[in-house]
Design a protein around this ligand. Structure first.
Ligand SMILES: Nc1ncnc2c1ncn2[C@@H]1O[C@H](COP(=O)(O)OP(=O)(O)O)[C@@H](O)[C@H]1O
Ligand SMILES: [Mg+2]
Length: 422
């Protein structure tokens, strides 16, 4: 009896949900997305303009990279703006949290509430009791049930928690940020399935020995995933990086003379001049080593093969080490050209012009292809004082960028010959 009543009720409810005509959708419909500023414009940009009210966000990254620090700072910033915020730590005790607060010299605010627990039900009741606008759960892997014999971090439990958190986020209109750890294999521990259950997936990454951190959106239901946020982890917490190219360029006496070529990455709206470095050295192994930091290893294998075939420069008995200075990772093929130039420069010990950026994709036949967002890239190059660019023949050069001298080549062999590498 009760059951059928309930069913009737839900049926009635669902019959009220009717499709809306396309013509009735306008700018006002967008207002549904109420967004909060995090206090870091770099983070807001990656999120597509701030945290969307009622959204479920997953933040992942290696241990010690700065997830807890960043989220505490975001929680604190939002509390200072007058939002009610709950910060739950399932990994740290209150004294530990307090130590972090002192270290970050965070000013006291009555809107920020802290909870140390690893019991899911405790988190639920705190959410119910406080009705915050933002809640952080650091980390979801360390949560377990009050009762039941699931181990914390097991797949079934994580899925269940995520689904429940999603329901709460939507029904109570609270933005929830969950922290998820990354395993050695680079996946969010307790599998990728979590990623399908949330609205936004963010990764915090960087070289742990350097202060620079990159925040990437891997999935975003409310914005683009092209953006990258740059932050520096200091003693006093995170600071935004406004001049990224400064971190990526080596200058002065210590800068290497061979094996280095500059390019401009375009990560979303952000262009950055970076250095691709290669070290090519005779190998004593049957299978020479190929090691890469920041560039896909398959891309390196492919381009080595192209150079061997097209320019007849041998790498088969050489170890090859490649890295991008500054610890950034790129998935862009626009850095192919700089990579080829740095490899050949190191192999043949020829210097590369430092006043030049190389922007082009390289095809299997050695042909050089155009890159998108050229104007953006060249403007950034100019801003850091670079006045020459090597591009694909056929790439249209924006007329507004007359100050930059451009050289264009059809294929890499032609480039090597004319740029003094062969
Ligand atoms: N108690 C502490 N004292 C000094 N530095 C710390 C302390 N805790 C963390 N840090 C520094 O802050 C960095 C980021 O830590 P944290 O935000 O806890 O990382 P995550 O949550 O990603 O594991 C650490 O790598 C470390 O350098
Ligand atoms: Mg942590």
């Amino acid at each position: 009896m009760e059951k059928s009543e309930k069913r009737r009720e839900t049926k009635q409810q669902s019959s009220q949900v009717i499709p809306i005509a396309f013509t009735e959708l306008d700018e006002a419909s967008l207002r549904e997305y109420n967004r909060f500023a995090t206090g870091f414009s770099e983070v807001d940009r990656v999120l597509g303009g701030g945290i969307v009210a009622g959204s479920l966000i997953l933040l992942s990254g290696d241990p010690g990279i700065g997830k807890s620090t960043l989220l505490f700072e975001i929680a604190h910033n939002m509390a200072l703006q007058g939002k009610r915020v709950l910060y739950v730590s399932s990994e740290e005790s209150l004294p530990q949290i307090y130590l972090r607060i002192k270290r970050l010299k965070a000013e006291k605010t009555p809107n920020l509430f802290l909870l140390s627990t690893s019991i899911f039900e405790d988190v639920l009741s705190a959410l119910e009791h406080l009705a915050p606008e933002l809640a952080i759960v650091d980390s979801v892997q360390n949560l377990s049930r009050e009762e039941g014999d699931f181990l914390p971090g097991s797949v079934a439990l994580l899925r269940d928690f995520s689904v429940r958190f999603m329901e709460i986020a939507k029904s109570r209109n609270v933005a929830l940020i969950l922290v998820g750890h990354v395993t050695k294999e680079g996946v969010v521990a307790g599998p990728r399935t979590l990623e399908h259950l949330v609205d936004v997936v963010l990764y915090l990454e960087g070289d742990p020995n350097r202060p620079l951190r990159f925040l990437r959106g891997m999935k975003n239901r409310f914005g683009s995933t092209q953006e990258i946020g740059l932050l520096e982890l200091t003693e006093d917490g995170f600071v935004e990086v406004t001049d990224p190219s400064r971190y990526f360029l080596s200058d002065g006496e210590e800068a290497p003379h061979t094996g280095v070529a500059r390019t401009v990455l375009a990560e979303g709206k952000r262009a950055m001049v970076v250095e691709v470095q290669s070290l090519v050295h005779p190998s004593f192994l049957d299978f020479p080593r190929r090691v890469s930091l920041g560039i896909d290893l398959n891309r390196i294998h492919l381009l080595l093969a192209v150079i061997e075939k097209v320019a007849r420069i041998r790498f088969s008995r050489q170890d090859v080490y490649v890295s991008i200075a500054g610890g950034i990772r790129t998935f862009e093929t626009s850095s192919d050209l700089a990579l080829c130039v740095s490899l050949v420069s190191s192999r043949l010990e020829r210097e590369v012009r430092k006043d030049t950026v190389f922007c082009g994709e390289v095809g299997l036949g050695g042909e050089i292809r155009s890159v998108p967002f050229l104007e953006n890239r060249l403007q950034e190059a100019l801003r850091v004082g670079i006045r020459r660019a090597v591009l694909a023949r056929g790439q249209g050069i924006p007329s507004r960028l007359r100050e930059i001298e451009c050289a264009s080549y059809g294929n890499i062999l032609e480039l090597f010959q004319h740029e003094g590498l062969l």
